[in-house]
Ligand binder design. Sequence first.
Ligand code: B12
Ligand code: SF4
Length: 449
Amino acid sequence: MFHVKHSPHILLINPWITDFAAYNLWARPLGLLSLAGLLRANGFRITLIDCLDFHVVRKKYGDGKFYKTKIEKPDPLKLIPRNYSQYGIPEEMVLKRLSSVEEKPDLIGITSGMTYWYPGVFKAIEITKKLFHDVPIVLGGIYANLCFDHAKRHSGADIVFKSGDEREVLKLISELTGYQLRTPCLSGRQANSDLRTETYPAFDLYPHLDYVCLSTSRGCPYRCTYCATPVLTKGFVRRDPVKVAEEIGYWTTHYPVTDIAFYDDALLVEASKHIIPILTEVIQRGIQCNFHTPNALHIREMDEEVAGLLFRAGFKTIRLGFETSNETIQSETGGKVDNQELRRAVKYLKRAGYSGEEIGVYVMAGLPGQKAEEVEESIAFVREVGARPILVEYSPIPHTPLFEKAKEISAFDLENEPLFHNNSILPCQWEGFTIDDYRRLKEELRRRE
Ligand code: B12
Ligand code: SF4
């Protein structure tokens, strides 16, 4: 521990993405920005460097292409016959920004996203270490949580932080800087409240803000075997619907924000207590904004009222988490949906005003032991109910129940090398579902669009 007398300066970094492909679906480092907001409210001074804040092509709703720089593939991926890139601000520009940080930080906090994006995280650690060699670096985020041991061994960060709880982070940073928190938010009544409702994520640190992302809840009551949410978040907590509507109003009134993406894992669950009051407030307040749900909605919860409110409130990108039409797999993987529920949800959404093309339904490809025919059948089923199938490749995630099966089946060393969790390489491909099968299905989908 070291001691800082007044108002410590914290440098927060969102590293580059390193991948075969990446598309900006309203990506913002929500966890890091929430921490920035909380730290600021506690008197810390914050500098943010978001290596991804560099759009090349911006589409109508704010999503778009990242700038990319082709880079050498990491050794474990050498045999994959595809280009590999670093997405985001060119490295020289990031170095320039880092060198022009006016005051040496007292602590550096770096976040991490997908487990297989760690090379960008390591690079961010390496260059900040060179510039600020005696400043402690704390690494947090999804990779740090899911691949804690790997991150501790290889990342070069001084501290790898595992918990997903903001109170723990505040406590850690307060201890590391010797700086007393202003709000006694680590004990008493506040310890049970949701800190994210008291301060907003620090989106205002961006020079140009036309979209933000929002989380109205944390966790999910389901337990799907392929999903990391139950691992990352214990329990299921929701924010007060009126406060959520206030936050939406805040961003759309004080900033030129026209688009908001929901990052919730379970936005529609118990709709009458949550999404219905949120949307009713949004409509009553006359908030004009386009909303997007890239992280998928629960099909089971979609009824006539919810569908109607989504449409009236301005939800433009509707994505439904279906994954498969195979009923055995549906129930084996957690039973979050069945085929009749999809049929019904699409009917309600169409009645509300959406066209079939606007209703995107995620179909999972490459689950351990899954056959190509099963994916084809699922795609056909989504078409038959009148919606648009969107193929998503399975990413095996440590600590999830399905990871064990994935490890048995995969030809890649999933246990020791997070780069192999990359959905793009189809980690669980086998003779029943090959890369060629996948390409054929993808091509068929593309031809019909
Ligand atoms: C939003 C989201 C997306 C967005 C993009 C998000 C982004 N910014 O890049 C979209 C929709 C595009 C997306 C896509 C995909 N995603 Co996604 N996504 C999420 C989701 C729902 C939320 C992430 C988030 O912002 N969480 C909210 C914040 C609050 O949490 P947090 O960042 O972890 O921060 C907390 C702590 O970690 C900590 N912390 C964070 N940073 C720091 C820094 C410091 C210094 C400290 C001390 C602490 C700290 O503090 C915060 C406290 O609350 C997560 C699930 C989840 N619940 O986290 C999945 C998740 C990350 N996605 C996942 C998957 C599988 C995918 C896809 C592969 C799906 C697919 N098959 O297509 C694609 C991949 C895209 C690609 N190009 O490769 C997996 C992870 C896979 C992996 N191997 O890592 C997750 C965990 C989903 C799951 N339920 O299993 N995703
Ligand atoms: S319903 Fe969605 S968020 Fe919840 S456990 Fe299943 S896949 Fe994860």
